[in-house]
Structure formats: C-alpha cells, structure tokens
Ligand binder design. Structure first.
Ligand code: NZQ
Ligand code: ZN
Length: 390
C-alpha cells in the first residue's frame, strides 16, 4: 500500500429537506452571494424558489445559463460580477457543469489575467472565494472534489484542473432533487460514476485491499441501482445510493494507497470539446473499447477479478474468458440504459477529425496518457476507430 495524504474539507448535508441548512451555512460566510446555475431546470423543479427562500436576508446576484460542458465565457462573466459586487460566497445549484463553472469563478475572482491561464496551469491559483453547492444530478462528484472542467470553444480545448482552494466548503445532497433528471442524463451519470471508479480501480497496486473493495462496492451499487432508477425515476433508495456513490467515486477515497491512472477521461474530454457530447455518454461508448484494447496477459488477472467480484462470474473459468465476459457485461449494461456504443449512436457524424482529436487527447497529458496502460497517439486513434462500429 502506497503512502498517501487524504484531506477532503467538505461538509456534506445529505438527505430529503437538507436545504433547510443552507441559510445558516451561507450567512456564516457572508451576505453577498453569487448564485450560479444552468439552463433553468432548477426553476422547473422548484429548487430555485427553495434556495431564494433560504437566502432572503442576503444580497443575491445571479449567473444563469451555464452550459453543459461549461464555457470560459461564463467563468469570465461570473468573475466580473464577483469583482464588481464584493461577493463573499459563490453558490452553485445544479449538476457538475454549474459547480465546475462556479469553482472556476471562485478562482477567477482573485485572478487578474485571463482565467484560461490557471485552467492550464493551476499553480497560478493562490486564493479562491468560498464555494457552496446544491447538487441536482448524480454524476461528476464535483460536489466533493477540488476539480473543475472548463471548455474553451475557440481552441476546442476542454481542460480539467484542480487546486486545494477549490473544494466546496459545504454541499447539500438531496436525492429528491434528482427525480426529474432525464433518462439519458441519469444513465450518463451512472456511466460517469462507474468510469471514475474504473479509472482508479484498474491499477497495478496489489495490496490496497480496502480501497479496492470500496471501488468494487461502488461499481456494484451503480449496477444494482442504475437500472432501478432508469425504470423508476422517483425511487428514493436508488437515487440516494447513486448520489452518495457519485461523491465517493471521485473524492480520493478509492485512490488511497494506490494512486490514480486515468485513461478514458482524456479521450472523452476531446469528444465533448469537439462535438459537445454528454460526458457520461462518451465514457459509456469508450470504456468497453478501452478495456478490450488493453486486455492482455499483463492485465487479464485484474479484469478477471473485476468479472468475479463485480459481475459474479464463475471463478473456475479460465481468466481470459472471465475477463472477456466482464467487458461484454459492461457494454451490455450500458446498452440496457440506452447509452451509445458508437460514434453514430452518440451523434458524431463526421469521423474525419479522429486523428486530430487523438493528438489533442495525448497532448493534454503531456504527449502520453499514462493510465493503467500507457496510451500513445496511435493507441488513441485505434480506440476511436473501435467506436466506428462495423
Ligand atoms: O442546464 P441545467 O438546467 O442545469 O440542466 C442540466 C443539463 O441540461 C440537466 N439537469 C441537471 N440537474 C437536473 C437536470 N435536469 C432536470 N432535473 C435536474 N435535477 O442535466 C443536463 C446536464 O447537466 P450537467 O451539469 O452538464 O451534467 P453533469 O453533472 O454530468 O456535468 C458534466 C460536466 O462535468 C464535467 C464534465 O466534463 C462536464 O463538463 N466533469 C467534472 C468533474 C469534476 N468536477 O470532478 C469530473 C467529471 O469526470 C467530469 O469531467
Ligand atoms: Zn467523469
């Protein structure tokens, strides 16, 4: 088990009605609040009104219209509001896009140059405004990590960045807020949570047993409740377990003692930057292809473990057979949630950009994706080609 430092300074209020804690949490920080949200779902489902009620003795400024795959422009707009109005605290209400945009705004409020500078080089972030989040979609884990992902449409560049200054101070997780999430976004969220878990679970450390078992439990939770929630959107037990899985998959817990080795995310972020695809759907398409591509004698035991522990495949079968069945089960599970498995299904009609995108993907990681197995430019091209279907 490797040495590690674990520090997650986020207070979580979890459960139905926990929005009642928002007033005291916000006013203990300050009265000037920037409320950041997306395209209006929080108004349709009534969360906006509940938030405004909690903030009735605050000065509330608003930045709505944050896009899925949030853009640099929203960050600049939000930073300007903060600078002009002495904002004390930023409150994000929504999914990962609103929370990520709010994180970048918190940093940009104390940065004089173009925010893209610190998105590319996060060591430039020396200070940030405090952030509070109210989550409405279980997927990214942004509610409990210190990472954000922002797109620069001009350069078709989508970048993740992190800083110790960007953890939310408080996150409110009410599973009932996710009842209204569409089937497609719900399924994409499940795929995203599973991908965060895969990105850590597939590593070469042999003795981080506890972290490994927690990862297995998160994967089983997604499989158990993913289908339930797809068929019964207002099943509280399923929504609640998925919401907590979202946070635990990426808050560093499962990488304690074993590190991280992300592979599919750099390949997906380029697809989102070029074609604005839904992040989790892109991961659902790529993940089984990536698994198949890297399956060999050096990885077969880990994939067999995955098959036995997560899918309950008969351990007496040959490891390669177990591994292939596990990958097939993964793809079939995503298929059962109507998630795409090809470029055509995800809505990418033109595949003439595959090589350009592969170059962007490896460039974003310094020339090589150093995941569970190293991926060079040609490997990424090959994996993208596998997504072209037959
Ligand atoms: O725009 P609004 O009105 O918010 O509607 C959203 C959006 O259309 C809607 N939605 C959210 N909650 C809803 C709802 N609709 C009905 N009822 C609700 N309760 O769902 C759509 C997608 O929302 P979005 O916030 O974009 O989704 P998600 O949470 O999946 O966030 C995706 C973004 O997060 C990044 C992704 O790359 C992508 O840009 N990621 C952030 C990470 C992080 N911070 O650690 C890690 C992830 O790997 C990921 O890269
Ligand atoms: Zn993700």
């Amino acid at each position: 088990m490797n040495n590690f430092t674990y520090y997650v300074p986020v207070r979580i209020h979890f459960g139905k009605g926990e929005i009642s804690k928002l007033h005291d949490e916000i006013t203990s920080i300050g009265k000037n609040v920037l409320l950041v949200y997306g395209g209006g779902s929080i108004k349709r489902i009534g969360v906006y009104d509940q938030v405004i009620e909690q903030l009735k003795d605050c000065n509330v400024f608003e930045l709505g219209g944050v896009d899925p795959n949030p853009r640099l422009k929203s960050v600049e707009d939000g930073a300007l509001i903060c600078k002009e109005n002495h904002i004390d605290v930023v409150l994000a209400v929504g999914g990962g896009s609103s929370i990520d945009c709010a994180k970048a705004i918190c940093a940009a409020a104390y940065y004089d140059g173009n925010p893209w500078d610190f998105i590319v080089d996060s060591s430039l972030i020396k200070k940030a405004l405090p952030l509070v989040s109210v989550l409405t979609l279980s997927a990214t884990g942004s509610e409990m990590d210190n990472t954000a992902v922002i797109t620069n449409p001009q350069t078709k560049d989508k970048r993740g960045f992190g800083s110790r200054h960007l953890f939310p101070k408080v996150s409110i997780l009410d599973p009932t807020y996710t009842y209204s999430v569409s089937k497609y976004q719900t399924a994409s969220g499940v795929a995203d949570i599973m991908s965060h878990t895969f990105e850590t679970y597939f590593n070469d450390t042999k003795d981080a047993y506890l972290s490994n078992e927690i990862a297995i439990s998160i994967l089983k939770t997604c499989i158990k409740y993913g289908k339930v929630v797809y068929d019964e959107p207002d099943n509280y037990e399923a929504r609640a377990n998925l919401m907590w899985a979202s946070s635990l998959a990426i808050n560093g817990l499962i990488s304690c003692g074993c590190g991280k080795s992300w592979s599919c995310h750099p390949m997906e972020h380029v697809l989102s930057a070029y074609y604005d695809v839904t992040h989790g759907a892109g991961l659902a398409m790529l993940t089984p292809k990536w698994m198949t591509y890297i399956l060999d004698d050096s990885t077969v035991d880990k994939f067999a473990e995955y098959g036995i522990e997560v899918w309950g495949i008969d351990a007496s079968l040959p490891p390669m057979e177990i591994a292939k069945t596990a990958i097939a089960n993964t793809e079939a599970f995503f298929h059962s949630l109507d998630l795409p498995s090809t470029f055509e299904e995800i809505g990418i009609p033109d595949t003439s950009t595959l090589e350009e995108m592969a170059q962007m993907a490896v460039d974003s990681k310094g020339g090589t994706i150093k995941g569970y197995r190293k991926l060079e430019f040609q490997d990424v091209v090959n994996i993208y080609h596998m997504c072209q279907g037959k």
